[in-house]
Ligand binder design. Structure first.
Ligand SMILES: Nc1nc2c(c(=O)[nH]1)N[C@H]1C(S)=C(S)[C@@H](COP(=O)(O)OP(=O)(O)OC[C@H]3O[C@@H](n4cnc5c(=O)[nH]c(N)nc54)[C@H](O)[C@@H]3O)O[C@H]1N2
Ligand SMILES: Nc1nc2c(c(=O)[nH]1)N[C@H]1C(S)=C(S)[C@@H](COP(=O)(O)OP(=O)(O)OC[C@H]3O[C@@H](n4cnc5c(=O)[nH]c(N)nc54)[C@H](O)[C@@H]3O)O[C@H]1N2
Ligand SMILES: [Mo]
Length: 707
């Protein structure tokens, strides 16, 4: 009898079906995740994707987004060739040109601007993609401009800056060893699924969890022992009120404070006004819960906090809120000790990989000294002092000013203007540029404003150096050929470096040469990494030694953990507060705008602008929606599916209503990145945190009405 198994239909790999398994990574979200992908390849096409069991990070699992990789790489708007604009800017009319011609144009426009206006007139901006940034940053600096900036002008860096002020470097939670884990604005089920497993496993060994979130989420329901529900953007007041209880009860680590901190007296004095009752008034969290949180910190041998990269930072008071929260760990001595907060143990692209790389040196050694300061330096002096790179939220304003400091030529590496607030400003700015080139996989609305569009390829169509926590290391190889004429971003940079005539053997030599530099001190070669089918563990690197940072001495201006920032004290002209003071989120007229709008809380089926056009993802939430409390829905007479107009000081848009018991009265939640209904188009572009320059995406002010 004939063999009835249809190997092809079952997508069963082997000689019978001609299906081969090849391995890559999903780079839809951040490199800190980049889950292993097993690709089923037949006739050089990927016919199926699943999580790689042998991959040390995702161990066979994939999230909603990762499972959409095949549809993602085959999006209908994939760019197939380099394109040159033939119509008006924004019209979207292009003609295909060769790579050589395209790169000649790009290089000549850059050199022309450099000659005419100086190197600072050329800016490089990178969207959420991170894997290639280390190379583009070096390229920007080798070219001579300090104007390299990224999406991190709105993400994560505000928290890093808060740690820089306190300890001079970023500090992360030691969840594996802690007694008490505080997830401050954490809903990992939607935004960072591998962390859920970590929380569940640590809870089994007795770890307690506090989650601070205005909403009810799977994390508050399934993980939290205590759920604190402040109003949006009031976290600073909550942290100060918890500090008040800790200090009033003498639940602080006096010895640690005396030995290692600066500014405690002033801080303790300031905190006095934030009694639990005052805390309740400012945040909506019951005083009893504020006291309970302080008790839990006191009763735990160790405590650590994950600060989240967005919910706290996306407010006008964001960075101060981060500082207030982090100060809780400082006064209780939960710093640089087991179960507390500790520095990264070596890093490549901000990943705590556990082995040393030359990532930092590679990126910064060519930094051009003596140039004009980077975009945003005047507007956000603290950002400038701590980051010394372009604050991209000032880019549109800088271009629109059209003065001697204005950027004239813009190179976008996956630039997507829909991530900024008051997006119309970016469109106006694009019109003013001498030249704009954008590299992307897809013909986005941003690409339509470019003069030259360059097609990038997906992670499955190229190779990439990878590192993962626990000393895991790898280099992927292409699973299939790049679609049409698309190329790996890094190959585009190599072409550009050569066309620009940069005298840099690494950039001109290509990605592998750059990686060889980065891993020079490691006992492996790039070829060995490529030969491995999966990431493997590099042996011989000691884990972080707790206490070693304090022993070595802190690199802050005072050499201590600063509860009061000496840098800010020494620069009164900035008009910033040296203490982690609390101000409510900015609202010019609370009577007119009684609703706080949180634009962007993550949903499982979208990643910013990338997946709304992917059918499997889109069908999970087909329409851009607004979530609101049942109380507000009743008050406004709104029912599920009704049209609700959201009105800000910039404009109004209409979304489908989802009344839900998970949201507090007076707050609404809308996801961002939709082409057809972009919430960022009606958020005020000047409503920024003066400390970090981050937009207040999550405490925007508005009113609503049923249509
Ligand atoms: N309202 C609101 N706005 C927000 C936020 C929010 O919470 N609310 N969050 C902010 C935060 S935290 C972030 S991180 C930003 C993210 O904002 P963006 O940086 O805009 O994020 P994406 O839409 O993921 O990606 C940008 C572009 O990169 C392209 N791309 C993807 N992969 C590659 C690649 O390999 N090479 C190249 N060249 N291009 C690629 C994508 O197609 C897309 O067009 O948004 C910010 N904006
Ligand atoms: N599915 C998916 N995952 C993503 C992304 C995505 O677009 N989609 N983006 C990635 C990126 S770039 C980032 S930056 C991260 C962000 O990752 P997270 O910070 O974890 O994600 P969010 O869902 O934005 O926020 C987490 C929780 O914070 C709460 N929150 C909102 N505002 C406040 C506030 O003012 N105070 C407090 N205490 N809590 C608040 C929200 O209700 C939410 O439940 O997600 C990453 N992961
Ligand atoms: Mo982000």
């Amino acid at each position: 009898m004939a063999n009835k198994i249809n190997y092809n239909k079952g997508k069963i790999p082997g000689d019978e079906s001609g299906i081969e398994l090849r391995y890559s990574v999903c780079d839809i979200c951040t490199p800190g995740m980049h889950c292993g992908l097993t690709c089923y390849v037949k006739d050089e096409q990927i016919i199926k994707i699943e999580g790689t069991k042998e991959h040390p990070f995702n161990k066979g699992k994939l999230c909603t987004k990762g499972l959409g990789n095949r549809q993602y790489m085959n999006r209908e708007d994939r760019i197939l060739t380099p394109l040159k604009r033939v119509g008006e800017r924004g019209e979207g009319k292009f003609e295909p040109i060769s790579w050589d011609e395209a790169m000649d144009i790009v290089a000549s426009k850059m050199l022309e601007a450099k000659e005419k206006y100086g190197p600072e007139s050329v800016a490089f901006y990178v969207g959420y993609s991170k894997w290639f940034r280390f190379m583009l940053r070096r390229l920007a600096y080798a070219f001579g401009t300090p104007n390299f900036g990224t999406e991190s002008s709105s993400c994560f860096t505000s928290g890093v800056m808060a740690w820089q002020l306190i300890a001079q470097e970023y500090m992360q939670q030691d969840m594996a060893n802690t007694d008490l884990f505080i997830g401050w604005g954490t809903n990992s089920f939607f935004s960072r699924w591998p962390m859920v497993g970590g929380m569940e496993a640590n809870k089994k060994r007795g770890m307690k969890v506090i989650i601070v979130d205005p909403r009810i989420t799977p994390t508050t329901e399934r993980i939290a022992d205590l759920h604190l529900r402040p109003h949006l953007g009031t976290d600073g007041a909550l942290a100060l009120a918890i500090a008040n209880v800790l200090i009033a009860n003498d639940w602080v680590d006096k010895e640690f404070i005396d030995k290692y901190t600066y500014g405690y007296e002033k801080y303790a004095e300031y905190v006095k006004e934030f009694t639990p009752e005052k805390g309740e008034e400012l945040t909506g969290v019951p005083a009893a819960d504020i006291i309970k949180a302080a008790e839990m910190i006191h009763q735990s041998k160790s405590a650590c906090i994950t600060e989240s990269s967005a919910p706290l930072g996306h407010h006008t008071n964001g960075m101060q809120n981060y500082r207030a929260m982090m100060s809780l760990l400082v006064i209780t001595g939960n710093f640089d000790r087991k179960g507390g907060q500790r520095p990264l143990n070596h890093s490549f692209i901000e990943i705590d990989c556990g082995f040393p790389t030359k990532d930092h040196k590679f990126q910064y050694e060519l930094f051009p000294e003596g140039t004009k300061p980077a975009v945003g330096a005047k507007e956000h002096p603290l950002w400038h002092a701590l980051r010394n790179e372009m604050q991209a939220n000032d880019l549109a304003f800088n271009i629109l000013r059209q003065d001697e400091d204005s950027v004239r030529v813009l190179f976008g590496g996956g630039m997507n203007y829909r991530m900024f607030t008051q997006t119309e400003n970016y469109i106006e700015a694009f019109k003013k540029l001498d030249f704009f080139v954008n590299v992307d996989l897809f013909m986005t609305d941003t690409c339509k404003w470019a003069d030259i569009v360059l097609p990038a390829c997906s992670s499955m169509e190229r190779g990439e150096f990878k590192s993962y926590p626990g000393c895991f290391i790898w280099h992927t190889t292409p699973v299939v050929k790049p679609m049409a004429e698309s190329k790996s971003d890094v190959d585009i940079y190599t072409m550009l470096a050569n066309k620009l005539g940069l005298e840099d053997e690494y950039l001109c030599g290509g990605y592998e040469k750059c990686i060889e530099y980065v891993i020079e001190d490691l006992p492996v070669t790039v070829q060995q990494l490529k030969d491995a089918p999966h990431p493997f563990k590099l042996e011989g690197f000691a884990p972080y030694k707790f206490g070693s940072t304090l022993e070595r001495g802190l690199k802050t201006p005072t050499g201590k953990l600063e509860l009061c920032s000496k840098l800010i004290e020494d620069n009164p002209q900035w008009g910033l507060d040296a203490l982690p003071t609390y101000k409510p989120p900015f609202n010019p007229d609370p009577e007119k705008y009684p609703i706080l709008l949180c634009a962007g809380t993550r949903i499982p089926n979208a990643l910013h602008t990338r997946l709304h056009e992917v059918p499997w993802e889109r069908h999970l939430l087909p329409e851009p929606s607004v979530e609101m409390s049942m109380e507000d829905a009743d008050e406004y007479g709104i029912e599920l599916g009704d049209d609700v107009e959201v009105v800000t000081n910039i404009g109004s848009l209409t979304f489908k209503a989802i009344p839900t018991a998970t949201v507090q009265k007076g707050e609404i939640y809308i996801y961002h990145g939709y082409r057809e209904l972009d919430i960022n188009s009606i958020l005020d572009g000047t409503n920024l945190d003066p400390y970090s320059g981050f937009p207040a995406y999550r405490s925007a002010f508005c009113y609503i009405r049923r249509k």
